[in-house]
Design a protein around this ligand. Structure first.
Ligand SMILES: *[C@@H]1O[C@H](CO)[C@@H](O)[C@H](O)[C@H]1NC(C)=O
Ligand SMILES: *[C@@H]1O[C@H](CO)[C@@H](O)[C@H](O)[C@H]1NC(C)=O
Ligand SMILES: *[C@@H]1O[C@H](CO)[C@@H](O)[C@H](O)[C@H]1NC(C)=O
Length: 379
């Protein structure tokens, strides 16, 4: 046991070094709940704070244990039965790039089996219409550059007798090199549609390290519909086999035919991460994006991760009316130097992090009084 305690600070250090490289926590709000530490679905171990001192309105509620989710913070919520619109404010630095993730789990907390629908806003902009469920978690995530010195996330009632609520709100700062202004218009928010990282715990076809490789010469990586765009799509590649030639191209296949998205064949680098992205991409019918091996490739296509965003309208600027809309750009496609993507934290160290966190939780549970981690670790 003593050996474990000496390891604890090293384990904690490793954990935080790996997870905060591309993101810093600004706030993790456990709506209607208490302060606690929680292992999160994107493989970070983070402190959550109660919303008691953040909002004066609303009532705290608990999801019945029969419907409770594995993630503890999702089992409490704050419901707003008065005022049409209720907001969570959080201070940030003007011009900071932030990732905001709002989670909603109805879980039949009120026993009425009537999951409500309501609107979500951020900083005075419409975000989305939230449709909640008795059995499933609803999560919405955006990334944008702030135009003021606070992030304000609001729920707004749109239907009589359907009361808005929120289960959890996470705000993180994102390193400025991620979704950089040389590829995106920073006057617009990016609405996450889909993020997939092929980790060792996912069991699809044949996985070598954290990549998905196909057994055939093509691999469909996403399907896009015309209504959700325009899109910003980022794909990540890292070679796992240095001894053979792998080469493939990205294709779009729509009901109206097939076109190459990127003309130059791609051979991922071994030991580093390559990205390919496309911005302001629109489709006019249901379209699949696939990786197709070139004729001279010895190996099938490979991919490590993909993120698909909807590019939003130009953000309202609050107090600043001098914002100039960036000139319209046509589709941009290209290769850039690998900058740590937000999702890297989930692709590369995920199983290592699970292992570390399991170790920490075990140690903390077994030995620690809730007081002081350092004191206990050395004691
Ligand atoms: C690329 O692969 C997709 C998916 O298998 C396929 O539908 C499409 O026809 C292929 N395109 C070319 C040009 O081979
Ligand atoms: C690399 O690819 C070759 C086939 O070209 C295969 O024989 C070998 O096992 C692969 N190595 C790894 C590490 O996957
Ligand atoms: C996207 O492209 C269209 C024209 O194809 C242009 O009008 C628009 O301004 C572009 N949007 C962005 C965000 O670059």
């Amino acid at each position: 046991m003593a050996g474990h305690f000496k390891l604890l600070p090293i384990l904690l250090l490793a954990l935080f070094t790996l997870t905060v490289t591309s993101q810093q926590l600004i706030g993790s709000i456990n709506c209607g709940g208490v302060d606690l530490w929680q292992w999160s679905s994107d493989f970070t171990f983070i402190p959550w704070g109660s919303d008691d001192n953040l909002v004066s309105n609303g009532e705290a509620r608990v999801v019945p244990s029969s419907n409770s989710l594995f993630v503890q913070v999702m089992n409490t919520l704050r419901v707003f039965t008065s005022q049409k619109k209720n907001c969570y404010p959080k201070e940030v630095t003007l011009g900071q790039k932030v990732l905001v993730r709002a989670s909603f789990y109805y879980g039949n907390y009120d026993g009425l089996s009537k999951p409500p629908t309501f609107d979500l806003h951020f900083d005075g902009n419409f975000w989305t219409t939230v449709e909640t469920s008795s059995t499933e978690l609803t999560v919405h995530e955006i990334t944008y550059v702030t135009k003021g010195n606070a992030v304000s996330v609001c729920v707004a009632q749109t239907k009589h007798d359907q009361f808005p609520f929120m289960s959890a709100l996470e705000i993180r700062s994102v390193a400025s090199g991620v979704y950089d202004e040389d590829e995106v218009d920073n006057n617009r928010a990016l609405f996450l549609i889909n993020r997939f990282a092929y980790a060792p715990s996912d069991p699809p076809p044949s996985i070598s390290r954290n990549a998905l490789t196909s057994t055939t010469d093509s691999l469909v990586v996403t399907t896009l519909s015309p209504s959700n765009g325009p899109y910003y799509i980022i794909t990540y590649y890292s070679e796992v086999n240095s001894s053979s030639k792998r080469s493939f191209e990205l294709y779009e296949t729509s009901t109206s035919g097939s076109n190459s998205l990127w003309s130059r064949p791609l051979s991922p680098s071994y030991g580093s991460v390559d990205q390919r992205y496309i911005y302001n991409y629109t489709v006019d019918s249901i379209t699949t994006i696939s990786l197709n091996a070139t004729v001279d490739s010895d190996l099938p296509p490979l991919i490590n991760a993909i993120e698909v965003f909807r590019v939003g309208d130009v953000l309202t600027s609050g107090t600043d009316s001098n914002d100039v809309e960036a000139p319209g750009s046509t589709i941009v496609a290209g290769k850039k130097k690998s900058k740590l993507p937000v999702i890297l934290g989930t692709t590369i160290p995920s199983f290592l992090l699970i292992w570390i966190a399991a170790g920490i939780i075990t140690i903390v549970r077994r030995k620690m009084k809730p007081a002081n981690a350092n004191g206990s670790a050395t004691g």
